[in-house]
Structures are given as C-alpha cells and as structure tokens.
Design a protein around this ligand. Structure first.
Ligand SMILES: [Cu+2]
Length: 176
C-alpha cells in the first residue's frame, strides 16, 4: 500500500512537472509570437508612412530625343525626389535635357517658343508662371536631382525645354 502510494505520488509529481513545463513553454511561445507580430506591425507602419510621405522618381534621357518614361505618378502632398539622368554622351550645348513641370492648361507650344529665347537661363523663361519646378539643363553623363512637394491632384505636363525637344520629350505627371 505504501509503495503504491509512493508510486502514485511520483506519477502525480512527474505529471505536474510536465504540465508546468508545457504551460511555461506555451506561455513563452505566445509572448514571443505577440512580440514578433507587434514588431512586424511597427515595421509595416513605418514602411507605409515612408511610402505615403515620400516618393523617388528617376527619369533618363540619352542622345535621342526621348525620356524613358512618358508617365510619372505621385500622390498629392508627397515629397517628390526626382532625378534626371542624361545617359548619353553629347554635351548639353548640342543635346541638353531638362525636366520642366508645367501648370495645367499651359500652352506647351507657346511656352516652348518662349523657352527658345531663354538660352542664357538654360531655356527656362524668366518670370514664367507656368513652371512649377524644373531641373538644371544637363549634358551627357550628368544628373540633376530636385525635391518638391507634389502639387494638388491633377494631370500635369512635363517637357524638356531645350530647343526642338518638347515635341518628342514630353510626358504626363499624374498626381492622385
Ligand atoms: Cu532634351
């Protein structure tokens, strides 16, 4: 009888030990999972906030009269960092490129002919209200980066205002 009692006690203690161990482990695992989920949520939130507030755009043009993109999309109020790369080899005097963002409703042909006479100002007509932002005029191998706040929702035109380029070097800048 005594022996049986002792055995029962051992079994109960052993079971209790196993139970405690399992319980402990489960609790630990849950806590770790919760922490991982919380960390992930935080990371996602940071990533989303970054993508909402900022956007980076890259536009390339070589020795041909062509931008590699004819459509750029951003969101209203975003901080836009735009880099224009001249991937060609010709100097800016002969094959200069720039990025000029124009206000909606701008008569592009009229603007371009005005730009034609603004050689000393890198083909940006001075005091021109149609220009929202623009990069420098660059030649082969050069780049220029500008940062600006995306204007209100709408569709805007962008062009290269170097003489004779706007007819082919143009695109839509869409703010959603
Ligand atoms: Cu150009």
């Amino acid at each position: 009888m005594k022996l049986r009692n002792a055995q029962t006690t051992i079994i109960i203690v052993a079971l209790a030990f196993v139970f405690v161990q399992c319980g402990g482990k489960t609790e630990n695992t849950v806590t770790q999972e919760e922490e991982t989920v919380a960390t992930r949520n935080q990371e996602t939130l940071v990533a989303e906030q970054t993508s909402i507030d900022e956007v980076t755009l890259e536009l390339n043009a070589g020795d041909m009269l062509q931008f590699d993109k004819t459509e750029l999309r951003v969101k209203e109020g975003q901080e836009v960092t735009l880099t224009l790369n001249h991937t060609g080899q010709m100097p800016k005097e002969g094959m200069g490129h720039n990025f000029v963002l124009l206000k909606p409703g701008t008569d592009i042909a009229a603007f371009a002919s005005e730009a034609l006479n603004a050689r000393e100002n890198e083909y940006i007509p001075e005091g021109e209200e149609a220009v929202i932002v623009h990069t420098k005029l660059i030649g082969g191998g050069e780049s220029d980066t500008i940062t600006f706040t995306a204007p209100p929702k709408g569709t805007y035109d962008f062009i290269c205002s170097f003489p004779g380029h706007y007819a082919l070097m143009k695109g839509k800048f869409i703010v959603e």
